[in-house]
Structures are given as C-alpha cells and as structure tokens.
Write a protein that binds this ligand. Structure first.
Ligand SMILES: [Fe+2]
Length: 296
C-alpha cells in the first residue's frame, strides 16, 4: 500500500488545457478533483496564464508537471531552471512536483524529446545524486515518471522498473507511474507489463497517469490522443490493487475532446479503481478465512 503520509491523496484529475479555461473559470469542472499543469508553460510567463492558474489553485490542488528538468543529462543541472521552478512552486504551492526519468538534451542543446537512459549502476548513482540536489534546492521530494520509450541502450544492465525502484530509494524521491507508458514501452520492447507494475515499490508511488496511444503498426506511439485502452485499464486495476488509493490523472493532449468526454474517462477511472480495491479486499478476506479454517 502507498504511504498516505508521504503523498497527498488528490483524487482524479485532468491536465489544465487552454481549451478548457472558460469551463474551469465558470465552474463547470466540479467533477475534476485536481489539475496538472506543464510547469514550463508558467515559469517564464506572467499575465493571463498565471492568473488563471492562480484562480484554479484557489479552488483545488494543482500538480506541477515538468518536461525540462533533464535529470539524466550529462550537462550540469540548469540552475536558472531550478530557480524558476522554485519560484513558481512558492507562488502556486503545488501538491506535487513531477518530471520524467529521461534526458532532453546535451551540450546545451535541447532535443525536445524525453529520451531514455542506459540503465546501469553508474547512471543510477549519477541520477540519484542529481535528484537529491534538485530536492535540496526545492526543499521537497519530486516524483519522476517513466516515459514511453522506443529504443533501448545496449549498455543497459537492468530493467527500467528495477532502475526506477532503486532510484526512488537511493534519492528518496517519488514515482509517477504512467500505466499507459508502461504498456507502450513494454509492448515496444517485448517485455511483460504486469511484471513491470509488480516491480514498482508501492510506497514510492505518489501519482498515476492514464492516457491513450496510437498503434503505428510496428510500434505503439504515446500520442495522448485517444481513450485509455482495455489493456491499460487492466494494468491500472493491477496497480491500484497493489498501491491502494493513489492520485490519478487522465492525460489527453492531442485531439482534445469536450470536457464532458474527459470527465467520462475520469469517472471510469474512479469506477475501475473502486472495483480493483474491492476485489483485493475480497481476496484478502478469503485468504484470511482460509487461514482461520486451517488454524490448529
Ligand atoms: Fe504521463
């Protein structure tokens, strides 16, 4: 079970997108427990976006989700970036600050993608030291998300799930478990997605992402442009059964549907999570009953 004292339980949330600003500001999002925003969209800017974010934050929790930390890069950590992120965090007081287990550039050049790392002991220690520095700078734990991947390094020595699990322990950070990304990456690399979920330490998971992908024929592409598929719902139930309650977000960033359609997807997540917990509780009760009968 996840440690509720370590992570806030936010409920079921959506990404805050400009398409929904008026719905949010005019109070038509009461079914959304919390919002996630892309940190970088608000780090440089003042003006209307920041005023809207502050208005949203007055009503409910917000998570800052970054794409530019580049925690695995061989470049030094970007102190200006950390200063801006810290400043935004002080202003918004987010429930969670998250980014990705990846690198996004090197030699000062941004590559505008979330690129995978070679999962080796040396990289593990390197990334853990950088996570600790970021957390010291921000004065709080961050959560790192498993990104969708399409390539693996030949130097890799351990599964991504094992790397992420050990990283969370060494750096004392959290995990944002993107169940869709688990499915996309494992399918692309011929790996067992259930085994991946089972290898993640429950107490470290502070948030779950759900999303839809595009089947490109020879691989799955993480497009966030479709409903959550049945296989990912199944993995989500497995994750919830292990983790218990965990803040869950439905990501939909391309071909964004109406707010009504998005809240339907959120309602399904609520229902799937409830069923997963009830099923787990029944299994545990049956195990307990069997234990009672077998006792001498
Ligand atoms: Fe995600």
């Amino acid at each position: 079970m996840s440690d509720s004292s370590m992570w806030p339980q936010l409920g079921y949330g959506l990404g805050l997108r400009t398409e929904h600003y008026s719905d949010v500001l005019e109070g038509r999002t009461t079914d959304v427990d919390w919002f996630e925003v892309i940190s970088e969209n608000f780090m440089d800017s003042g003006g209307r976006p920041l005023r809207i974010l502050e208005a949203v934050r007055r009503d409910r929790p917000v998570a800052l989700h970054g794409v530019g930390l580049s925690i695995g890069s061989s470049d030094a950590l970007n102190e200006r970036y950390l200063e801006q992120l810290d400043s935004l965090a002080k202003r918004i007081e987010p429930a969670l600050i998250t980014d990705h287990l990846c690198w996004t550039g090197t030699g000062g050049r941004g590559l505008y993608d979330l690129l995978p790392l070679p999962y080796t002991e040396e990289v593990l220690e390197y990334v853990a030291s950088r996570v600790r520095r970021v957390q010291d700078r921000l004065g709080r734990r961050i959560l790192l998300e498993n990104a969708s991947t399409y390539l693996e390094w030949s130097a890799t020595q351990m599964p991504e799930s094992e790397f992420l699990a050990e990283l969370s322990r060494r750096a004392d950070c959290g995990i944002l478990l993107d169940v869709n990304n688990v499915y996309v990456s494992c399918t692309n690399h011929g790996l067992d997605a259930q085994r991946y979920i089972d290898a993640i330490p429950a107490e470290r998971v502070g948030q779950i992402h759900l999303a839809g992908f595009t089947d490109m024929g020879s691989y799955l592409f993480d497009t966030h442009s479709a409903p959550v598929c049945d296989e990912v719902w199944s993995l989500y139930r497995r994750a919830v059964a292990r983790l218990g309650e965990s803040s869950t977000l439905v990501e939909w960033d391309d071909d964004i549907p109406s707010l009504e359609r998005l809240t339907q997807e959120l309602d399904r997540a609520r229902g799937e999570a409830t069923r997963a917990r009830e099923s787990r509780d029944e299994d545990e009760k049956e195990d307990g009953d069997v234990g009672t009968h077998d006792a001498p």
